[in-house]
Write a protein that binds this ligand. Structure first.
Ligand SMILES: *[C@@H]1O[C@H](CO)[C@@H](O)[C@H](O)[C@H]1NC(C)=O
Ligand SMILES: *[C@@H]1O[C@H](CO)[C@@H](O)[C@H](O)[C@H]1NC(C)=O
Ligand SMILES: *[C@@H]1O[C@H](CO)[C@@H](O)[C@H](O)[C@H]1NC(C)=O
Ligand SMILES: *[C@@H]1O[C@H](CO)[C@@H](O)[C@H](O)[C@H]1NC(C)=O
Length: 376
């Protein structure tokens, strides 16, 4: 029975999930004081479940050195160092939820350590740009519950959508976002072995958490080029990959970031045959691990789709291809800055299928700096 399923999968090469559904959508008013902005969203949710999910995220840093040290540092950080409006929004969320500000701060700062993802930018023959991303979460928890918490958010000022992004209730930063008619951004984690310690130090130096820099950029960069410049040059707290897409031919770039500057950058260049860019969680130019070679599977799928056939649906299919989508994929977000109304995150219900069709039948659990990662 299991073998039959594997054969069927390989035959079609792309998984169809009839149960995928659009994430709920909310407005956040930027005209309100930061402390009050998220309350209407948070109130839509079951607090018991939100507390459970927050505790799951917090468990990432539990057992790592002294939890108490982190809590004390988090409060000092929030009171003296954290940038506005994010600090104010975190305070408001903690108050609405009845949690400690230090807890909500820690969740906001260390969420990216559990995130692995695939981002793809593609340019059609007509020069139209698509940007899609899978968000995969490697955290020891019931992913089916986490999936129910994904939200798309429109940030509104004076009745206009200033930018749009995808997050969870309680997380104020964005790892996926769109500035309408200008650009779209997605972030993928870039790990190093000592990130928690180095991230904590960088935070105290008042560097930007990546997800806050992304919100700043969405809020104030006037165009694609300025966005790329801000995202390339601003000092940040963690290494990261940033994929940025614009509205014109050639406006697509995969940026590899060190904490204090650019490590590598690669542009779309259709005339040179580079009509798509793929970013996973590994540097270019080095072999990607065999157990997680999403780059290979995604490249193959893009090649066989072909530039003449690329569109919103075919890019979604690529992101749903076996080897690209993972058991841990929470959502797939599709966007095109030129058509901002198309911004949409789909909740993926892939976990059980992918677990039962795991070809090798082996999974590897790796513990890095107290954080457990599971690779399939
Ligand atoms: C909230 O979630 C908990 C745990 O899943 C459940 O027991 C409780 O009934 C829920 N409360 C409401 C008001 O739905
Ligand atoms: C969100 O704000 C926009 C722009 O002001 C408005 O058109 C829309 O109806 C609002 N949506 C909700 C769900 O309130
Ligand atoms: C694109 O590639 C062509 C051919 O290699 C090169 O001449 C051109 O400068 C490149 N364009 C950009 C914007 O890098
Ligand atoms: C994709 O196509 C390019 C250009 O033809 C080729 O160099 C590359 O090897 C192909 N990759 C895969 C994985 O099919």
């Amino acid at each position: 029975m299991a073998w039959l399923r594997v054969l069927l999968l390989l035959g079609s090469c792309s998984l169809a999930y009839t149960s995928d559904y659009a994430a709920p959508r909310y407005n956040i008013s930027l005209d309100l004081p930061p402390e009050e902005r998220w309350k209407p969203v948070i109130e839509q949710y079951n607090f018991t479940e939100l507390h459970q999910y927050m505790n799951n995220l917090l468990s990432v840093i539990k057992n790592h050195w002294s939890k108490h040290m982190y809590y004390i540092m988090a409060d000092i950080y929030l009171d003296f160092i954290a940038h506005e409006p994010y600090a104010g929004e975190i305070r408001g969320i903690a108050k609405s939820l009845g949690l400690k500000t230090s807890e909500v701060t820690l969740i906001n700062l260390f969420y990216e350590t559990v995130m692995a993802c695939t981002s793809i930018i593609a340019e059609t023959e007509e020069g139209y740009i698509y940007h899609g991303r899978n968000m995969d979460l490697y955290i020891h928890t019931d992913l089916r519950k986490l999936r129910k918490l994904v939200i798309d958010v429109d940030f509104i000022r004076n009745g206009q959508i200033v930018y749009t992004g995808t997050t969870f209730p309680g997380l104020v930063g964005l790892y996926t976002g769109q500035s309408p008619h200008k650009f779209t951004i997605s972030a993928n984690a870039r790990e190093d072995n000592h990130y928690l310690w180095k991230n904590a130090l960088s935070l105290l130096l008042q560097r930007y958490p990546v997800s806050w820099l992304i919100r700043n950029t969405l809020n104030n960069a006037p165009d694609f080029d300025s966005a790329v410049e801000q995202l390339s040059d601003t000092e940040i707290t963690a290494e990261i990959y940033l994929t940025v897409a614009g509205t014109k031919p050639g406006e697509g770039v995969a940026i590899t970031r060190d904490r204090d500057g650019l490590a590598d950058t690669l542009n779309l260049n259709a005339s040179d045959g580079r009509w798509f860019l793929i970013q996973t969680n590994y540097d270019r130019g080095i072999p990607h691990p065999a157990h997680d070679n999403r780059m290979h599977f995604a490249t193959q799928a893009m090649n066989s789709t072909g530039q003449e056939n690329i569109n919103k649906d075919s890019l979604y299919k690529v992101l749903s291809t076996f080897g690209v989508i993972k058991w841990a994929t929470i959502h797939t977000t599709m966007m095109s800055a030129a058509s901002p109304e198309d911004y949409l995150s789909f909740i993926r219900i892939a976990d059980e299928t992918l677990k039962t069709t795991r070809i090798s039948g082996v999974y590897i659990v790796v513990k890095i700096a107290g954080v457990q990662y599971i690779f399939f």
